[in-house]
Design a protein around this ligand. Sequence first.
Ligand code: MUC
Ligand code: MG
Length: 382
Amino acid sequence: MTRIDHIETLILDIPTIRGHVLSMATMRVQSAVLVRVRFSDGSEGLGEGTTIGGLTYGPESPESIRSAIDTYIAPALTGRDADDVNGAIHLMDKLVRGNRIAKAAVEIALWDGLGRRLGVPVSRLFGGAVTERMPVAWTLASGNSATDIDEALQAIEARRHNIFKLKIGKRSVREDIAHVARIKEAVGDRAAIRVDVNTAWSLHDARWGLRGLQEVGCELVEQPVPARDRAALAELTQGYEIAVMADEALNGPEDALAVTAGRAADVLAIKVAQSGGLKRASEVVAIGQAAGLGLYAGTMLETGLGTAAALQLFATVETLRWGTEMFGPLLLTDEILAEPIRYADFCVEVPKGTGIGVTLDPDKVAFYRRDGGPRLKTVAGE
Ligand code: MUC
Ligand code: MG
């Protein structure tokens, strides 16, 4: 029997190509937690658990993800059967409450190791890929309409993206609607425009906001109101034509069940990290499918590693009608994979190869690891 021998973690701090202005924080650095699992037969598995904007987005930080793994998860899993990924998932759920991103990072590394040992991609472990490429959105979040328009037009021209998610919620509703209108007017019918409010609006703001957004041709609004307020999400979903997508409200299958039962979204943004791993994300997919909701593959702005893992799962989903936002590596100033994920013709390509299908560039990992040099300053809540 192959056993789990050793689990190690590190944090990488990689600058972003520009300030990424969200309603709750401005990101200038992305901090990714990488996991390497070594197995008794000499094989290895890699995983990633990443969040956004320190603790401004959700309850886990890069530091808490790392310490949950080092202190609680790694000792519990060491010595266990390497191929028993389901057993590891159950044990993590039993021993560790919450901490979904930490669990996801380890679980991805276990699937990666299993795929490599079997000589198959992780998509095969989830029933097989139904596609090799998926539409990929880009997030316009420079904080400035003119810069966002330039970015959008360049992406359309390069045939890289024709779906844009605008980050709003930091300014007044009126200013945000004017910003969305300017961008929609500039791109016309060449691109779809969606927005993400990252929970910044009250229900009252959101009533005005959704009416304004649908009038200016925005097709979808993501998480306009706080995550816990499912009743407000339900009212908005049922009261407006514009599609309402749940993101922060969705932390795993239990939330997916509550959101669908409460008719509190038209679309589910499924994030591997937020769901608690590939398996739990696949359960969210199944609940969304059974409820007849729209499905969208969301990101936590992971590096190529976490992005590749997510692509392995989402490639197995026939009903990803709203596409993906698997663009994390493109927001970073540097590539940590030996072979980057490919983007072409408005799509992201699923990496080929065994496991999650990617390998790291060791020099880049050495360069960006936090404990190997001075910590880059993360700007949050600006
Ligand atoms: C989020 O809330 O969806 C995803 C894309 C992006 O730009 O930010 C993330 C977070
Ligand atoms: Mg979101």
